[in-house]
Design a protein around this ligand. Structure first.
Ligand code: NAP
Length: 329
């Protein structure tokens, strides 16, 4: 392990909208901050087709928006560290972060903005067919299936938005949902229903995958076979918190519990965005969460600074009293 000599005021884990927003606020407040990220800057925004609900940026292509986030961070000279965090612990007042590259980083405070990962499909062959027909990223792999038939699983915003995106590229999209009602926002549901080449299969479960070296067909409800070249499961998210070594930090679903200031039960540890238990998982709320957590960090660092000054003053006074007494006696 290579120990970094430096102690950061704040280290942010994750360079999605929450992490970047926090970094920009902290940097502008002259805090010594850096962002640790193992993937592309902009996080999941890189893998979203169209963003329609970020104020002022209607109809943005996800990767373009991610690039704008990156440029904004660069304009503020944000330090990025390309590394994967493996553990975060706290020793006395310092946070200790170990990484995949065998580094050890130290920080007075942490903002966890590590987002979430797509839930994987739990079916035989699903892992073998990943990148051979099974894909968790429509904008990355959709263009490979131009004019072909594909399927999307899920009834949330992700599934419906990506089904719409795919419908503009492929021949036909089967949208397979396990219930008879979507949980996605009404606007996107109406758009999907209007799209002629999307066939919705309600109350349907994918029960098997067929193919030799790549996906060729799927089975629905244990009986019907549908030939498809690709399958895009959008069946929910799992928050990225494995590296956090603190008890009772997360709720039963794995999301980090925060209060209105982004604080967690661990002093100096803040969380923001999709990894936290906020009421919404959106780019706009993640950005706002990041700003709120940065304010929490500023208050925390300020209070710590005054506490240290008070301690030093106390010891100085004690020393002066001892010197004076020793002179008198
Ligand atoms: P989600 O809202 O959790 O939806 C997951 C969908 O997958 C649900 O419809 C669920 O069915 C279904 N599902 C779960 N497990 C399944 C399984 N084993 N087999 C078949 N179907 C299964 O996930 P999401 O769509 O990825 O969205 C995550 C969060 O991000 C949400 O808060 C969402 O609002 C937000 N988001 C927002 C936007 C936007 O605002 N533009 C875009 C994308 C995501 P049930 O409905 O029966 O539970």
């Amino acid at each position: 392990m290579k120990k970094q000599n430096k102690i950061y005021d704040c280290l942010i884990i994750g360079a999605g909208p929450a992490g970047l927003s926090a970094a920009i606020y902290l940097k502008r407040a002259s805090v010594d901050v850096a962002v640790l990220e193992m993937g592309p800057i902009g996080g999941k925004t890189n893998y979203i087709s169209i963003v329609n609900n970020y104020l002022g940026l209607n109809n943005s292509f996800g990767p373009d928006l991610a690039m704008k986030f990156y440029e904004h961070a660069q304009a503020n000279k944000i330090e990025f560290i390309a590394d994967e965090v493996t553990t975060v612990t706290k020793s006395k007042d310092l946070f200790v972060i170990t990484s995949q590259d065998d580094e050890i980083y130290y920080a007075k405070s942490i903002i966890v903005a590590s987002g979430s990962l797509e839930k994987k499909l739990d079916l035989p062959k699903a892992d073998i067919f990943e990148h051979k027909g099974v894909s968790y990223c429509a904008i990355c792999d959709g263009p490979l299936y131009k004019n072909k038939d594909v399927a999307v699983i899920g009834g949330g915003n992700s599934a419906l938005e990506e089904a719409l995106y795919l419908s503009r590229i492929v021949n036909k999209v089967y949208l397979i949902h396990r219930r008879d009602e979507f949980r996605a926002d009404e606007g996107i549901v109406n758009e999907v229903k209007k799209q002629k080449n999307i066939e919705v299969l309600y109350s349907s479960l994918v029960t098997a995958l067929f193919g030799d070296t790549k996906l060729e067909a799927i089975e629905i409800n244990g009986k019907n076979r549908i030939d498809v070249s690709a399958l895009f499961p959008y069946i929910g998210l799992i928050p990225n918190t494995n590296f956090l070594k603190f008890d009772n930090l997360c709720n039963k679903d794995g999301y980090i519990l925060i209060n209105n200031n982004g604080e967690t039960i661990v002093e100096g540890l803040f969380a923001a965005g999709d990894v936290a238990n906020g009421p919404m998982k959106q780019i706009v709320t993640a950005s706002a969460d990041g700003a709120i957590a940065s304010k929490g960090v500023l208050n925390y660092l300020q209070n710590k600074k005054w506490f240290l000054i008070a301690i030093r003053m106390f010891y100085l006074m004690l020393l002066i009293i001892i010197i004076v007494l020793s002179i008198i006696v």
